[in-house]
Design a protein around this ligand. Structure first.
Ligand code: ARG
Length: 578
């Protein structure tokens, strides 16, 4: 079944064309921004009128002439400079609402044709411990993965970890040295960050060690068994660290989702050969490059994509080309999503362009970079520890839970310590995730403990608390909500407003699946919770007479189910009491 927003977009769009707009003109339908505008508004008329040099209100009137929304709308009006406002019909709303109530999927449609979707996210560099720089891709990528799976798509998670390169020579040489000194590198590796720093210090200060490290890089690349074995030990240890973070964070990534950079090593020379065969390679200063028209600068010079250095070494881009070939070619993905820092915009544009030119990804496969900004501290600079070091993710997550533990204690002193600890975990982790997800990912974001842990505003604690409050109604009245039957009947304005929100859940989830902006779901859930609070203020539930009470209890139940499911899609849990 088509979501109502799409249905309106299609009908009003067709009427717009019938009224003289060019084919494909968009009605631009969205949920109404104010209640007095009805439930949905179409904003597309003004742009088309400007294009056609027509009076927008007259054009809107012409649109209404060929528009028949009588099956879904109670009224369709023109407002302001040419907005079209649609108010939904109560019989239609009633039917949709009760359908959603009976639906395990809460009215979220299953995708008509399931797609195969690869998501490249988290992808830390294994030489170091995971730090806050990996937080955004991990959280945002995981939410998108969950949403797409819920919509019925086949999701393939690719954790494209950095496990190759010159740094590893240094780390393995250090491991070897520790062992030669009779120490156990495994225990040192428990603090990966310190391990890296020690190796680095030695590398920078000790010429002989630096030479050994360089030699180890060569031995690693040539497949030397001893160095390879050490490397594998290091990688395993580092991946274990990552898994600890994923588990603490409640992220769905597993060890088997790792598709490391090194997994593409054997394919890199083939990629170069293939590009050469296709006539795409040109030598420049000894390096192998691809020159594409679309990277022409202002002076007419083309910025080349380097795929092999003059010393024969391959680059980050070469690995990514091989990865596209694997994902689009071998796996035959319909979409490949890159949840990668905005600073890698040019890199990915180049990779996508070369992939298209070389035929690694057919037009039917959509290559998408979903970029995000940097996480900043309160001072507006990249987030650091007080002493200027990088913040380890594990430390950050621990602090989140400690802070939440104190807050939960203030809020509800009756909880047992055990319960309080569990609530603190759910609230603390949820806060860190939600703070990131609730903002438009493309901008930088300022990490602020007090804001993310606040029980007011668009935050995880607010939603989690709203959920627990709804659930407390059932507990207080000793009602088994699974036994509630009957239909929801809408009478009051506050009930209607909540009902409209409830039936919009499906289209919001669908929009996140297509556009990959989880903040749309956050905003929706926040608005839902607010409408619920208004409903709860204006419409007595338990004290109402039987029939009204039954209907209102169902509205409560539906709200709780959507909050639970919605934050669940974001990778955030709820608790029954807090
Ligand atoms: N490991 C890389 C980094 O830390 C990110 C990898 C992003 N994914 C990709 N296919 N390039 O910068």
């Amino acid at each position: 079944m088509m979501a109502i927003r799409e249905q309106l977009e299609a009908s009003i769009g067709a009427a717009l064309v019938a009224a003289g707009a060019p084919d494909g003109s968009k009605a631009l339908v969205g949920a109404a921004t104010r209640p007095e505008f009805g439930d949905y508004q179409a904003n597309g008329v003004m742009a088309v009128a400007k294009q056609l040099k027509k009076n927008p209100r007259e054009l809107a009137a012409a649109v209404l002439e060929s528009l028949d929304l009588s099956d879904v709308a109670e009224s369709v009006d023109i407002a302001g400079p040419g907005f079209i406002n649609v108010k939904l019909k109560s019989t239609w709303l009633d039917a949709r609402l009760n359908d959603a109530l009976a639906d395990e999927r809460l009215g979220v449609p299953q995708a008509e044709s399931a797609q195969k979707i690869v998501i490249d996210y988290s992808h830390p560099n294994l030489a170091k411990e995971m730090h806050v720089g990996h937080l955004r891709t991990t959280i945002i990528g995981d939410a998108i993965a969950r949403v797409l799976e819920f919509c019925g798509h086949e999701v393939i998670r690719h954790n494209h970890v950095g496990d190759w390169g010159t740094q590893f020579g240094m780390l393995i040489a250090y491991m070897d040295r520790l062992e030669a000194e009779g120490e156990d590198p495994s225990s040192e590796l428990a603090d990966l960050e310190a391990f890296y720093q020690s190796a680095r210090r030695l590398f920078d200060g000790d010429e002989a060690f630096a030479n050994t490290a360089r030699e180890y890089v060569v031995r690693l690349q040539s497949g030397d068994a001893h160095v390879r074995g050490m490397w594998q030990r290091f990688i395993d240890e580092s991946l274990r660290h990552c898994q600890e973070v994923y588990d603490a964070l409640g992220v769905t990534l597993r060890r088997e989702d790792v598709r490391a950079e090194s997994d593409y090593n054997d394919d890199l020379s083939r990629v170069i050969d293939d590009l050469r065969t296709k006539g795409l390679l040109r030598e420049s200063d000894g390096a192998q490059c691809v020159f594409l028209e679309e990277f022409k600068g202002k002076e007419g010079e083309i910025t080349p994509v380097i795929v092999q250095k003059s010393d024969g070494a391959y680059l980050y881009a070469t690995t990514d080309l091989s990865a596209v070939r694997y994902r689009a070619g071998q796996l035959d993905a319909d979409r490949v999503l890159y949840i990668v820092d905005a600073r890698q915009m040019l890199h990915l544009r180049q990779v996508f362009a070369v992939s298209r030119a070389a035929g690694y990804a057919p037009e039917s496969c959509s290559l998408e970079h979903h970029a995000f900004g940097t996480m900043l501290g309160d001072d507006g600079k990249p987030f650091k520890t007080r002493t200027g070091g990088t913040v380890k993710l594990m430390d950050l997550l621990r602090e989140a839970q400690e802070r939440a533990f104190a807050l939960v204690g203030e809020k509800n002193p009756e909880l047992s310590v055990e319960e309080r600890r569990e609530v603190a975990r759910v609230v603390g982790i949820g806060s860190v995730k939600y703070a990131d997800l609730s903002l438009n990912r493309t901008t930088d974001y300022i990490f602020n403990w007090d804001k993310m842990l606040s029980f007011e505003g668009n935050t995880a604690p607010y939603l989690q608390y709203s959920y627990a409050r709804v659930k407390s109604i059932f507990r207080r009245a000793e009602i088994d909500e699974s036994k509630l039957g009957g239909r929801i009947e809408i009478a009051e304005q506050a009930e209607r407003a909540l009902a409209v929100k409830i039936v919009q859940f499906g289209e919001v989830v669908d929009a996140v699946a297509r556009e990959c902006y989880p903040n749309a779901l956050c905003n929706y859930l926040y608005e839902l919770a607010e409408l619920y609070m208004k409903f709860y203020e204006h419409c007595p539930v338990l004290k109402s007479e039987e029939r009204v009470r039954a209907s209102r209890l169902l509205l409560c139940k539906m709200t709780a189910r959507i909050i639970e499911s919605g934050v669940g899609l974001l990778g955030i849990s709820t608790v029954e009491r807090m």
